[in-house]
Design a protein around this ligand. Structure first.
Ligand code: DQA
Length: 176
């Protein structure tokens, strides 16, 4: 498991000035760089996280990253995200994409908007990867663009949060 709080300091009252984005990585993604590079590329998890934190910093956003190999660890982190008033979640549920009703339920319970990302194109792989327990709750799904999948998700999140703040609206957006 790795967890990192990075970027600007994470005071809750900072939310509209410096929105808080949580990036969640599911099981086995700690092995990125050496794990099945033909599917997942050569970038390590640290490389992926570093790029996201750098982009967040440039945009004035706070980025937290968290990887866990166990379902319960990810669920607990989603619950904590609600307490921390996280504004947006980017999640690669990895193998739990195709199995975890419980992680889905956690995201639904918090109602924090999220994007589901995958490094590989799950629709071009084995049939059991074609179903996701998350996609119908997600704001969007990005699959198959390698580490760029995360970067594009963050671009969307930053723009979305900027628009929300410039329109002065509150956190009313919900996962279904
Ligand atoms: C993955 C795709 C999943 O099917 C797989 O179990 C993973 C990674 C991806 O990023 O492509 O662990 O989510």
């Amino acid at each position: 498991m790795t967890t990192k709080r990075t970027g600007r300091s994470a005071a809750k009252s900072d939310s509209s000035l410096h929105p808080l984005v949580l990036v969640l990585h599911g099981p086995n993604l700690n092995l990125l760089g050496s794990r099945e590079p033909k599917h997942y590329g050569l970038a390590t998890l640290d490389d992926v996280n570093r790029a996201l934190v750098g982009r967040g910093d440039a945009a004035g956003a706070r980025i937290e990253t968290f990887q866990h190999n166990h379902e319960g660890g990810l669920i607990d982190r989603v619950h904590q995200a609600a307490r921390d008033q996280v504004d947006f979640i980017i999640i690669n549920p990895a193998g739990y994409t195709h199995t975890s009703v419980a992680l889905r339920d956690a995201l639904a319970a918090t109602a924090i908007p999220f994007i589901e990302v995958h490094l590989s194109n799950i629709y071009a792989r084995e049939p059991f990867r074609h179903h996701s327990y998350f996609s119908d709750l997600a704001v969007g799904v990005i699959s198959g663009l390698g580490a760029y999948s995360y970067e594009l998700a963050l671009e969307y999140a930053l723009r979305h949060l900027q628009n929300r703040n410039s329109h002065g609206s509150q956190k009313t957006e919900k996962a279904h």
